[in-house]
Design a protein around this ligand. Sequence first.
Ligand code: 1CP
Length: 388
Amino acid sequence: MRAQFDSLVLESMAVIERSCYNDGLCHFESPAMSLFAPLQNDVYLRALRRESTPYTPVWLMRQAGRFLPEYRATRAQAGSFMALAQNPELATEVTLQPIDRFGLDAAILFSDILTVPDAMGLGLRFVEGEGPIFDRPIQDEVAVQRLEVPDMARLQYVFDAVTRIRTALNGRVPLIGFAGSPFTIACYMVEGGSSKEFRTIKTMMYRRPELLHHILAVNALATTAYLNAQIAAGAQSVMLFDTWGGVLSGAAYEAFSLAYMRQVLAGLTREFNGVHIPVTLFTKGGGAWLELMADTGADGLGLDWMSDIGSARTRVGSRVALQGNLDPSVLFGSEAVIRAEVRRVLDAFGPHAGHVFNLGHGISQFTAPETVKILVDEVHTYSKSKNI
Ligand code: 1CP
């Protein structure tokens, strides 16, 4: 069984054309796709295409993670977060854990947005309790000039995980690939880790904007190549996480974040082996800019919990699907509160096609897994009963 699975994975990967990864623009011809099982649940993909669905699909940002005891066990087995992410077999296992447990409508690749700067040679470490740290942050002109689009071969472990996960899913639900936005990964690259004030990157932005533009241009090319390679390896939809775009002024958001997400979108493979690959953009704190985001040509927009999804829908109409909106802290509430808050979001979105239920940001590590079961049940039963 295992040998058969491994040979299927190897066969799928062997036929993926890898020769043009670095230009970000090449079109892959991959007969590998025919080796994947047909999709049984396409509700998530249909919602992103704004087609009607029998119920509202649901998945949760960071659905594979520390709130699940089985994730903590696999992570302990791997030894560290990066060892887990770099092991396609274990990454497959943790990607499937929330699918098996909760009956979600999409799986998301288990990896991280910081794999790309790591492949650029910045030296990524995760320190318990402190989050990600880069040993070689990009803080002066010499470091900026040295920065290059990494050879995608250094990220092969990610593409191998994508193919292995897609194979293991066996058509149960679609697989989402992802990357950080050029600006969001630049925040970590310039700050050297997590930040509250973003003083180093904002100082660069206002004193040496040309340096930041250079970093962002490299990041946009790298992100395009990275996502296209995930699509070639089997990702059926991709998402750009712009977690920190919302710390910018409107003008700076357009120039330093949105402009580069547009570049990524322009270079993405939007149709692969005759199938449309939907793209979702999520700018946390980006509620003021939804119309601009909808104009990028993305298929879906992620919403944090600070925006009202009903007014957001009125503003963007059916140009894009909307995903998200439930405050992750709702999962700290009672069963009755969780069910009521889920219904509130579904009612606020209204009787339209094009809603993907999700949280407004990643699930907290302190969430009790049983609460997610309640959430998924309420999304499915209530939306089915309303026949949205
Ligand atoms: O200790 C651990 O096990 C590590 C915790 C963890 C996990 C589970 C990290 C470190 N990354 C991940 C996985 C991850 N990260 C996924 C996989 C999908 C899933 O779990 O279901 C995804 C999509 C991400 C994306 C990610 N990483 C973002 C964008 C989305 C978001 O939540 O805003 C960001 C900002 C990161 C950086 C990062 N990686 C890890 C941590 C703890 C952080 C955040 C650091 C910070 O707050 O600045």
